[in-house]
Write a protein that binds this ligand. Sequence first.
Ligand code: ATP
Length: 225
Amino acid sequence: MNNFAPLGIFGGTFDPVHLGHLRLAEEAAEALGLAEVRWIPAGQPRHREAPRVTAAHRLRMVERAVADNPRFCVDASEVAADASYTVPTLERLRRELGNTRPLVLLLGADAFAGLPGWHRWQELLSLAHLGIAHRPGFPLDPAGMPQVLAKLYQERRSADPAALAATPAGRLCTFAMTQLSISATQLRALLANGQSPRYLLPSAVIDYIDANNLYRNTIPLADGS
Ligand code: ATP
């Protein structure tokens, strides 16, 4: 593999991982020319509610979901952490991979809209590019964005994904993925109600959920480690 081909970085709670995540990563790899996508399940994010199941379970579900895709790999390093912040994660990846490899942080449009609430978010573009997927219900329109985000969007956006391979960081590309109105929130609700989650997430993940009796009771776990 070309060590300088862009590497996709896909972080998330994955509580649980579903076909929206998988199609995002697959279509990003094709649209943005990524050699590989590294999935990084979050430990205990502080900027949102505690995940419903432990980080160890969420990691194992992601491992099962991506196992048959040679372009995907899983990075377990945040699972043991108390908190997951994207900028320190990218700094760690830079220490591991060096400063020349293009890194593309993959985000859905909803996550992009929330960027100004992230820890040290203004440093993101010095460490990686952004690859932003369209998501139903979250239009990518600068007119509807907070001013700081609209400015970033307009200044850094490249229409041509080839721009991502030309520099290690600093550009922003959007891509149109198959629109799948699937969310982990919806899946947790289905499972808690005893309804079928089939065809919304991989069967290997459903088997894992069933075997470990996840999401079926409605009492949230206090410990998301
Ligand atoms: P929740 O419903 O618990 O908020 P989620 O389904 O949004 O979860 P996350 O783990 O929070 O999943 O998302 C990880 C990343 O995947 C985020 O960047 C998010 O925008 C993106 N994403 C999740 N689902 C979709 C989808 N259906 N289409 C496009 N992007 C998605």
